[in-house]
Design a protein. Sequence first.
Lengths: 294, 367
Amino acid sequence: MLELSHVTKSYGAHRVLNDLSFTVRPGRLTGFVGGNGAGKTTTMRIILGVLAKDDGSVTINGAALTSADRRRFGYMPEERGLYPKMKVGEHITYLARLHGFDKGEAEARSIALLEQLGLGERLNDTVERLSLGNQQRAQIAAALVHEPDVLILDEPFSGLDPLAVDVVADVLHRRAAAGVSVLFSSHQLDVVERLCDDIVIIAGGEIRAAGSSEHLRQQHSGHRYELRTAGDLGWLREEPGITVVEFDGGNALFDAADDAAAQRVLQRAASESSIERFTPVRPTLAQIFKEVIQ
Amino acid sequence: MTTAAPTSTPRGFQNVWLVAEREVGSKLRSRAFVISTVITLLIALAAVIWGGFSAGNPSATQVAVTSSTAAAVQKVPGVEVTQVADRDAAEALVRSGEVSAAVVDDASSPTGVVVIAEDSPPTSLLMGLSESPSVVLLDPATVDFALRYFVSIGFGIVFLLAASLFGGTIAQSVVEEKQTRVVELLLSAMPARTLLAGKIIGNTILAMAQILLLATIAVVGLIVTGQSEVLQGLGAPIAWFAIFFLFGFVLLAALFAAAGSLVSRMEDIGSTTAPLTMLIMAPYFLVIFAGDNPVVLTVMSYVPFSAPVGMPLRLYLGEAQWWEPILSLVILIATCIAAIVLAAKIYERSILRMGARVSWREALKTP
């Protein structure tokens, strides 16, 4: 398990990370969400050791990170970049060798991975001849080729078309299923919501929320319910402890002051007509995000 | 997947070597690099052949003779005789430069004639005479002036070309990694120092290989075209030049890499490498304009940036004591180590700073 505790970082007088603590668990996809300038990239660079932290600690399974540990990390920087004049296959092989694989093994792995990512036909093309989307896939290959134990991906889905998003998401899921810890940042909250097991929300250099996505939703769900019946719900407005959000004949969206109030509504609705649906409404990630960063 | 451990644990050195290998490989595949190298080698080859050609077919050597020596000299090929009255008249012509040498009677010489020349007698004349005559030099110099000039410019220009070509190359390759942002990915796999060391070693290998190729062409060319006498006394200085060049180049390469790390775009590269370019031009201009001044040459041979040119030249001229190149080399190596430490510091601090150019002062300041 990768753990950050009380990490701080300042540029001069400007504090960009303030007492940051969260964990990235093995076998799970962790989404790292925050606005521009919230501190995502700085945090990732500190985890990779590309940038030095001022204070706090980054540990893996309880021990401080060493450079040998970091060699087992895969990284996709926010600033994309590969050598433009290098052939894709050779480039990925070179990176695998830098991470410690011998030549033959590095070659075999890079070819297999590039084929998996749909670049099998382009192995001998130089990076600059690839389309942006394909360069992005090559970049993902660069992060994955050495079979890392920890994956740190800065905006892996930006610039990908929906099909490519699925290809990449599938690859990440498989890695997580194999026990890899995956941390990735994204602006596409719907993608994060769809993919992630855990979510970390950062704003102004501070962690505003962190935990499993199920837990976060429960935490932020309040007591909003959706009710659909065959009858008329006009009486709902008079009910004590109930605030109606939306109303349309037999359908209503309402906030209850507590569980008891919600149960009273359910019982009265059931006694008056048949119930088609009664569900607590879980907030979307976008809603939670807006709520916690305020 | 997590069990797929690397088959070998990479040591820092392995990655240094991988980086160096990539530097060399990518350069050898760059058409511009290969073409410029071939052109340089062709120019060197042309210079050697041209030298051999003009030595082999000289425009007739002007020789002054007296009536008694005319017959012997006229048989020598490539010689045009000017008959004068006596030895004094012949010497006057030699001094004025109208003739390259004079052949006159001399009773004290075993062959009965003597060759008079200003600083060195024309070889074609000496070889053409049936018996080797005694030679009288009116103004003897230890080393042929033209040859001396040629050798000093040779050392100067080879150092200037190689240092500016590969210095520029290493700075560009540092900026390329910054500009294309690949550097962050590389730094997640290895420390900045490893990357820097690999780049310096790779480019040094290329520069040394090019120098050795040039030297081979020069030496083989001179021998094949029958100018091997030029090589006399040049062997040891060339060997010293190679040694001095190696450390001098590493010194410059480290500084050029640091200069490259300060900027984020190729367009800005000139602003930080300009002081270094001046440093590598200095020895060249000094040998051209002050190569005959022993004080300047002595100072040059100890200053690390000009020692690779100055010391081999002094050795060639026979002006340096045996211990001088060793002392100068020690100074050069010490400076080289200091430069590497300094460059590594600058490089580590600036390599991830994108955007505006980082000043030398800013990069050195303790954070």
